[in-house]
Design a binder for this molecule. Structure first.
Ligand code: GRF
Length: 321
């Protein structure tokens, strides 16, 4: 199994979600390990549980400190622990923009509503008052806006006729304890998920001018130009033609460049089958350490090879400035 992702959990209170992570992480095939449980409250009950389970803890009260200063102290502790992901689990602090930026795409939160409904507090009563038939919880990436980042997963929880906020909250909490550890597991292993990889390629390919997607013999492909005269500049190969790897196929300037790339890094590049002496190169996307800027650059170079002159001419002019 690949190395486990290192996570830090931030709590302010009882830490029942944190406990769910602690027990999930005891499973040998869990893809993450908890390096630290940290709190803004030294008396948070969750800290005791973490200590009893042999997990490193850290606490620093926020009282008397500017938000940025307290966040910086927490950030340092997290970095020192070696954690690559921050998991907010009932951390009752609004985070400074600087802290959020440092952990972009590496910080998750759970919120007890079906986002985008009911951001902020009092979510259960608001759902009941609105006459909703279902409430629930959402795991989302943390962005500068409160409870607003991209939702990774949700669980719906039925509202019963005689529910009050407390009863509903306790059922949603059960759902949280299932959803959060499972979602984190999927998130930290996303780079091995072919759909995630395809989506990364797609975003970068379609960001180039006048491109569209069109499958070619069942594989996703991207073309530049019009729907009728467009030319392919990239293909996504997933176990294509019997090759085991997931790879991006792009055009080089020719056989010389293709050969030079393979010589320079034979673990990353190979000559794709059935593209013979055409100068197409395969770049593996399943090594676990894909450099996505490099992929974007290769897509762009390939696009330049086949794009209509009127497009490449504009770029040549722009490059002079
Ligand atoms: C949960 O209700 C969660 O949805 C919210 O804070 C609460 C944390 O509870 N973000 P616990 O400390 O994990 O028990």
């Amino acid at each position: 199994m690949a190395e486990k992702a290192k996570i830090a959990i931030l709590i302010s209170g009882r830490g029942s979600n944190m406990a769910a992570f602690v027990y999930a992480a005891k499973s040998p095939d869990c893809p993450y390990a908890i390096e630290l449980v940290a709190s803004n409250d030294p008396d948070a009950p969750g800290l005791q549980l973490a200590q009893a389970e042999g997990i490193a803890t850290f606490a620093h009260p926020h009282k008397g400190l500017a938000r940025e200063a307290h966040d910086a102290i927490m950030h340092d502790a997290i970095v020192r622990s070696g954690a690559e992901y921050v998991v907010l689990a009932g951390y009752m602090r609004i985070l400074s923009d600087g802290f959020v930026r440092k952990w972009t795409d590496h910080m998750l939160n759970i919120h007890p509503s079906l986002l985008p409904k009911y951001k902020g507090l009092d979510t259960y009563q608001r759902a009941i008052d609105a006459g909703d038939r279902v409430a629930g919880c959402s795991v989302h990436l943390v962005t500068a806006e409160l409870d607003d980042g991209p939702v990774l997963a949700q669980t719906e929880v039925a509202i019963l006729p005689d529910d009050d906020a407390d009863r509903l909250a306790s059922r949603i909490l059960i759902a949280e304890h299932q959803l959060y550890p499972a979602t984190l597991a999927r998130y930290v292993t996303r780079e091995a998920d072919p759909d995630w990889i395809l989506d990364q390629v797609r975003q970068r390919a379609l960001a180039l001018a006048e491109t569209h997607e069109r499958p070619s013999f069942g594989a996703p492909g991207w073309r530049v130009g019009s729907a009728t005269t467009g030319k392919y500049f990239a293909y996504f190969a997933q176990s294509h033609h019997g090759e085991a790897s997931i790879a991006l196929l792009v055009k080089t300037t020719g056989l010389d460049e293709q050969g030079a790339l393979i010589d320079a890094d034979p673990d990353l590049y190979y000559a794709p089958k059935f593209y013979g002496k055409s100068g197409w190169i395969a770049i593996r996307l399943d090594t676990g350490s894909t450099d996505w800027d490099h992929v974007a650059d290769r897509l762009y170079r390939s696009w330049c090879q086949v794009a209509p002159k009127r497009l490449t001419r504009l770029i040549a002019i722009a490059d002079q400035f």
